[in-house]
Design a protein around this ligand. Structure first.
Ligand code: SAM
Length: 249
């Protein structure tokens, strides 16, 4: 399985009314266009992520790594009342993200960067999130080290991804082990079957629209659903929370 073409995916998915409708009807009735559509964590899950990021030390600046068009990071930043830096390797993603006005009182900046070269300074941010993105890092060990470098001691990381017994390395890898080897302290590994059920429901709804469908984002969802359902339906949908050891300066 090769990495998808994210520039094209963003062009197709951003602002697609058909995709927004299908997310709301079949994934999560609270799904918001501009937030949902490019990953598979329902609104209730985003609230859980915000709680984990905000527990402990206050978050002044959040890094959203693999931020896509930025809607998820902005949602989390509004909830946490913190500033946001979003990085993504897709120039199209960053171009879209910079068109979104941040919520009042929130400063947000988006820049092209990768998991292994964020372009940020040591300890620049207070917390890091990567929603359905970290598993695309071509070198997860280097990515785990880079995210550790840019977060301050005591700062938290939350990743969401899939874990399967078979398939490409990005699904079968032991990510808690990867993070621990890079120096992260693992706080919790939670399984969220309800997120997986919502994702599979979404794929079924897209496929049910049949071959007459013309919206490219929904067509892509149909293809992805057919390819990925056999792999992930017997796997685990994971949220991993970890902290950089040490106390804030
Ligand atoms: C499924 S999307 C999720 C986007 C966003 N987190 C969200 O929840 O809407 C995965 C994102 O990871 C980004 N990505 C893939 N490989 C990357 C890398 N090596 N470094 C940074 N971002 C990457 C893609 O461009 C894409 O925007």
């Amino acid at each position: 399985m090769t990495s998808p073409d994210f520039d094209q995916q963003i062009q197709d998915a951003f602002g697609s009314p058909a995709l927004a409708q299908i997310f709301r009807e079949s994934f999560d009735e609270q799904a918001q266009p501009g937030v949902h559509g490019f990953s598979f964590v329902p609104t209730r899950g985003l609230a859980q992520i915000a709680d984990l990021l905000g527990s402990g030390h206050p978050v002044g600046t959040l890094l959203d790594a693999g931020c896509g068009w930025g809607g998820i990071g902005l949602w989390l930043a509004e909830r946490l009342r913190c500033n946001l830096i979003g990085i993504d390797s897709s120039a199209a993603a960053i171009a879209h993200a910079t068109t979104i006005s941040p919520p009042t009182g929130i400063r947000a900046g988006f820049q092209v960067g990768s998991f292994t070269a964020t372009g940020l300074a040591d300890t620049q941010v207070d917390a890091v999130v990567a929603v359905d993105a970290f598993h695309f890092a071509p070198d997860p060990d280097a990515a785990a080290a880079e995210l550790l470098r840019v977060v301050r001691p005591g700062g938290r990381l939350v990743l969401t991804l899939w874990s399967t017994k078979t398939g490409p390395d990005r699904f079968t890898r032991d990510y808690p082990e990867t993070l621990a080897a890079a120096g992260w302290s693992i706080d919790t590994v939670e399984e969220h079957p309800e997120w997986l059920a919502a994702q599979l429901r979404l794929y079924r709804a897209a496929i049910a629209r049949g071959t007459a469908e013309t919206d490219p984002a929904v067509l892509r969802l149909q293809g992805e659903g057919a390819a990925v359902t056999p792999l992930i339906s017997s796997g685990r949908r994971l949220l991993i929370a970890a902290s950089r050891p040490g106390m804030p300066a």
